[in-house]
Design a binder for this molecule. Structure first.
Ligand SMILES: [Mg+2]
Length: 167
């Protein structure tokens, strides 16, 4: 089970991701998590820095979709400003949301990377489908109780890992 919980890269933040690095890995599309990946869990709105980051990727031919387990209202509000396609209540790590997102981008799973902060949702789900997986260091530890609880089980898989500044 270990390899299914091992991401292809450990990244300090989303800003470690650059079009050149993605190109080298054959990645043409990103599936992005919201909570504790793009913004802290209780931050409702995206900011200009995230918007510019996504626009830069898109300009370089990298497609982007949000796939979140959060509710419709949270995901819609967040994505409106970014003008990005999204799937809410995705039930990650189940495959359906990820496959739908890859389909919307018109990409095979092998050309897609999952970007997220949780091993048992984002990374497990992506690895099960043969997608590339990038684990982002969670932005902060202000999270609901059930996620704090899951973090305890992530710990053995994260010990001693080096998080990269640049992919
Ligand atoms: Mg998350």
């Amino acid at each position: 089970m270990g390899h299914l919980l091992t991401p292809d890269a450990f990244l300090k933040s989303i800003y470690a991701i650059h079009p050149d690095g993605l190109r080298k890995l054959g990645i043409k599309g990103l599936i992005l998590d919201i909570d504790n990946t793009l913004v802290p869990t209780y931050t409702r709105d995206a900011d200009i820095k995230i918007k510019s980051f996504l626009e830069e990727l898109n300009k370089n031919g990298i497609k982007t979709v949000i796939v979140s387990n959060a509710k419709q209202a949270r995901v819609e509000q967040f994505c409106r400003y970014l003008n990005i396609d999204y799937i809410y209540k995705a039930r990650k790590p189940l495959s359906n949301g990820f496959l739908k997102a890859a389909g919307r981008m018109g990409l095979e799973p092998c050309h897609v990377a999952i970007v997220g902060d949780q091993l048992f949702t984002d990374i497990l789900g992506g690895n099960l489908l043969g997608m590339k997986t990038f684990l982002i260091k969670p932005i902060d530890d202000n999270e609901p109780f059930f996620i704090k609880f899951k973090r305890l089980f992530e710990k053995p898989f994260l010990r001693g890992r080096h998080y990269m500044d640049k992919l």
